[in-house]
Write a protein of this length. Sequence first.
Length: 265
Amino acid sequence: TGMTDIARKNIPTWRQFLLPALLVSLVCGAYWLKVRPSSALTHVAGQESTDTLLALGISLHNAKQYDDALAAYKRVLQLDPTHPQAHYNIAQIYNDRQQYEAAQREYEAALKADSHWLDARMNLGVVLYRQRQFAAAAEEFRKVLAASPRHPLALFDLGVSLLGMGETDQAIRWLTEALREDPNRADSHYYLGQALERRGRLAEAKAALLKALDLNPRNADAYILLAQVYEAQGERRLALDALAKAAELNPALAPALPPSGDGGK
C-alpha cells in the first residue's frame, strides 16, 4: 500500500541532499603529463627553447609546483603563442584550482591550434559542464563521439550533460550506451538510476541504483535516491533503512532523518 501524505513528509527527498553533480570525468587530470610530439627546437636566448621550457614545466607540474610550472608554460607561449601543449597544461592547472573560466579559455586555445585533440575537447566539455553550461558541454562531447563513436567517457559525459539539461530520455539513451562500453562503471549506473527515477520507471531505477551501490557501496547519494524510489513504491521501511545507510556514510545528513524508531512498512 502507498504511504500517507504525513508519512511522506518524514522521508527527505534525495534532491534535498544531492550536491551539484561534478562526477563528469576529466581526461588525464593535472597528473603525470607527457610531452606530445612538437615542432623542431626553436633556440632563443642561448639554450632556451619551447621544448626545454615545456619539459621544465612538466617536471614542475608533476612535482606539484604549480606556480613555477605556470611560469614555464607561459614562457613557452611567449615564444610560441599557439603552442597547444602549453595551453593544455595551463588549463589542467586552472581546472585543478577550480578556475573553470580560465581553464576553458586555455582548452579552447589548445583546440584552435589542434582541433583533433580529443583529450582537450573532452576536458573543455568538462569545464563547461562544471560551469553549468550543459548544452555547450554536450556539444563538445558529441564532437568527440563524431571522431570516436564508442568513446566510453564521452558517452557517459554526454548522458550526464543531457540529464543536466532536462533531456531525460536522451540521457537514458546515452548512459545505456556508456554501460555497453563499460558495464562496471558505478557512476553510469547511478546517473541512469537518476534519469529513470525522473521518468517514473521505478523498478528499473531501483535495479540501476542497487547495481551502482554494488560497485560503489560508499555512494551516500545513491542511497538517498534509492530511498526516494522506495518511498514512491510504498516501501517505507526500506526507504528509512536506505537513509540510515546514507547517514552512516555521511553523518552530516543525520539531523534531517526521521527518528530511527519511526514505524512504517
